[in-house]
Design a binder for this molecule. Structure first.
Ligand SMILES: O=C(O)C1=C[C@@H](OP(=O)(O)O)[C@@H](O)[C@H](O)C1
Ligand SMILES: C=C(OP(=O)(O)O)C(=O)O
Length: 671
């Protein structure tokens, strides 16, 4: 996940490849609650790991359920059955509607029948998201609920015992959120000694989510009888029975970004999306129909979708989006690439979600230059030709962040392609923590449009540390070019390649599977960080570095590191030879005394004794050699900015370079 204040997306040009979706949020949180309320054990495979499921897991733990989250494996839940195990708890439910609404109902009826006191709260926005219709329905049933803040909104206290009037129908409004009906459907089996009837007042919205609820209730042994969308009856004697094992399908709302991606940018090979398909439980798979109406070419299997560009530009559409409220946001960004305006209707619920999504979408689309009209429950977006580089506010709304990433393809409809800045990109953690990493795995950009920041300088100047700090701040990849020579030497020796065979060494260099992450270097699946620093590896490196085939192969490899969203390249000739067009080149130096002192401390930390004076002499001799060597002498690029960090902390150097980077950015400073 990108835990940084902003993420700049360079102009993106094409997409191809396979995406494996994270688990469905709606299914994950329902399954967790149902498993928690069942007796016995449920093994949940492919559960979504995100903020919304984390708060549900925490709540289950606090209520006395057994929760075993196995790294990379299933999540095992030991349920409490319909029995209150912990009589008082305070549950923080973040901004997860799928936790807040169902837990409110379940704890209200459990407290009523068995006693207890439970408080539910969330982030400030959750305290602005309505829950009054559900509270009214529960109070009508006889539950005791205190408003701890503004009436009609969380936080709430649910307490008991109190007498439930189960012989009367429980009446609930369905036109603000379907989650209120879902919450009652999930809670009332806990107290159904007799048939319990739920009646829906007003037109129910977001109906497919109630279908998910009914299907999962059936999996846990509850057969709800229904009269269309008007009334639902939980049969007397209903009791949760764990199916033992549940597989969570991929998230269909998360799929929408990749369906759109295919429609916009997959001109050759399709984007293959694994985890949802024609047999999905989730209504949001019908987003594919909307995408087809806009021109996408979609093929489906039971558990996958493949999407390519069909008609281009896309076709504008007018669509009632009530059945796909979440995925419909993606259509608003696709509309920028259409041949005529698009109108999304019946989306009033957008106003009470993670943010007022009608306002958010209209505001941010306009920042890109789009003409947008908005009404109480609709949005009209015109195609965009003259795009502006915009900083997109995300309002702590994962879907705003994800759907605006698609704006980075503007270069497909305009000559003057612009980058897109996504503010607070980490808000995707609500449902898709690795969204941007997944996106970068299937998109390509023109190399020259991917930003590169070079950091060159002499040995022990701290350029490796600075490069990592910069890369971390910007969410960019990092290239430690020195490590490439060392890794080539290491790999060649391990493969038993003769150091006299230039062609073979070149092949080793060309085939290196090297990655730099979190200050570690990986060769294939092996962490070679320490091995690269061995003295013996250094000697191998200096031997391969003189081989022309190796230099050529590594040149290509270094260029290949220039991938979205951007690159910080550290070395000796990054700004002069490898990336001469880089928009910012830093030449980092420090006095020989400072560098000798740093090296001394490093060696001491490793328990190796050394003498500062002789270290300094060595460094000065090496500087002289580096500057005068015939191939790639160490000199600053003409347009490099010089930075002597002798008197600076690493944070100071980092912030200074970031301020230089900001000067050349097309984005205005953050407000
Ligand atoms: O029940 C669910 O899992 C959901 C229902 C929908 O909410 P509304 O019914 O409030 O539209 C949807 O927007 C939300 O993301 C998940
Ligand atoms: C509306 C959403 O979430 P919630 O489950 O919190 O309602 C959403 O994920 O788009």
């Amino acid at each position: 996940m990108f835990k940084i204040p902003f993420l700049d997306l360079p102009p993106l040009r094409s997409a191809a490849g396979t995406v494996r979706l994270p688990g469905s949020k709606s299914i994950s949180n329902r399954v967790l609650l149902l498993a928690g309320l069942s007796e016995g054990r449920t093994v949940v495979h492919d559960l979504l790991a995100s903020d919304d499921t984390a708060v549900m897991l925490d709540a289950l733990r606090a209520l006395g359920c057994g929760v075993d989250v196995q790294a990379g494996g299933p999540v095992v839940i030991d349920g409490i059955g319909a029995t209150v195990k912990v009589a008082a708890a305070k549950l923080f439910l973040g901004n997860a509607g799928t936790a807040m609404r169902p837990l409110t109902a379940a704890l209200a009826v459990l407290a009523a029948t068995q006693g207890g006191s439970f408080e539910v709260s969330g982030v400030p926005r959750m305290h602005e998201r309505p829950i009054g219709d559900l509270v009214d329905a529960l109070r009508g049933l006889g539950c005791a609920i205190d408003d701890l803040g503004k009436p009609g909104y969380p936080p709430l206290r649910l307490h008991g015992p109190s007498k439930l009037r189960l012989s009367e129908a429980v009446r609930v409004r369905g036109d603000v959120s379907s989650q209120f009906l879902t919450a009652l459907l999930l809670a009332l089996p806990l107290v159904a000694e007799q048939d319990v009837r739920i009646e829906v007042i007003g037109e129910l919205i977001s109906k497919p989510y109630v279908e998910i609820t009914l299907a999962l209730l059936a999996r846990f042994g509850i057969q709800v009888r229904r009269e269309g969308w008007q009334a639902f009856v939980i049969p007397a004697g209903s009791r949760y029975r764990s199916p033992g094992e549940v597989f969570v399908e991929g998230d269909a709302s998360s799929a929408s970004y990749f369906v759109a991606l295919g429609a916009i940018a997959a001109t050759g090979t399709p984007i293959r999306i694994e985890g949802v398909g024609s047999e999905s439980l989730q209504g949001d798979v019908r987003f594919a129909e909307a995408a087809i109406a806009m021109g996408a070419a979609v093929t489906t299997g039971p558990n996958w979708l493949e999407v390519k560009r069909g008609q281009w530009p896309l076709r504008g559409i007018t669509l009632d989006c009530n059945h796909i409220p979440d995925a419909a946001m993606t259509l608003a960004v696709m509309a920028l690439y259409a041949d005529s305006p698009s109108t999304l209707t019946n989306i009033a619920s957008w106003r009470v979600k993670e943010t007022d999504r009608i306002v958010a979408m209209a505001t941010e689309l306009r920042k890109l230059g789009a003409t947008v009209e908005e009404g109480p429950d609709w949005l009209r977006v015109e195609p965009l030709k003259a795009w502006r580089a915009a900083s997109i506010h995300t309002y702590d709304d994962h879907r705003v962040a994800m759907c605006f990433s698609l704006a980075a393809f503007n270069g497909l409809v305009t000559e003057a392609a612009v980058p897109v800045r996504i503010l607070e990109p980490y808000c995707v953690a609500k449902t898709f923590p690795d969204y941007f990493e997944t996106l970068f795995g299937v998109v390509t950009a023109r190399s020259e449009e991917v930003p590169v920041l070079t950091v060159d300088g002499p040995t022990a100047s701290g350029k490796g540390t600075l490069a990592h700090e910069l890369a971390e701040s910007l969410g960019y990849h990092v290239l430690d070019s020195g490590a490439l020579y060392r890794a080539t030497g290491l790999a060649a020796e391990r493969a038993g390649v003769s150091f006299d065979d230039g062609a073979a060494l070149g092949r080793v260099a060309a085939g290196l599977k090297l990655r730099f992450t979190d200050y570690r270097v990986w060769l294939g699946d092996e962490d070679v960080t320490d091995a690269l620093r061995w003295e013996s590896t250094g000697q191998l490196a200096s031997r391969v570095a003189t081989v022309p085939e190796v230099r050529e192969a590594l040149r290509q490899l270094q260029l290949d590191f220039r991938r979205p969203p951007g690159l910080v390249a550290d070395g000796r000739d990054m700004g002069t030879a490898i990336f001469p067009g880089a928009p910012l080149k830093v030449f980092l130096t420090a006095s020989s005394l400072t560098r000798a002192d740093r090296r001394h401390k490093q060696l001491m930390a490793k328990g190796i004794s050394a003498n500062i004076e002789s270290l300094r002499d060595d460094l000065e001799a090496r500087d002289a050699r580096d500057k005068t060597r015939p191939t790639s002498p160490l000199t600053p690029a003409q347009d490099a900015r010089l930075l002597d960090n002798s008197e600076q902390t690493i944070e100071q150097s980092r912030d200074l370079v970031l301020s230089w980077w900001a000067e050349r950015s097309p984005f205005k400073p953050m407000a």
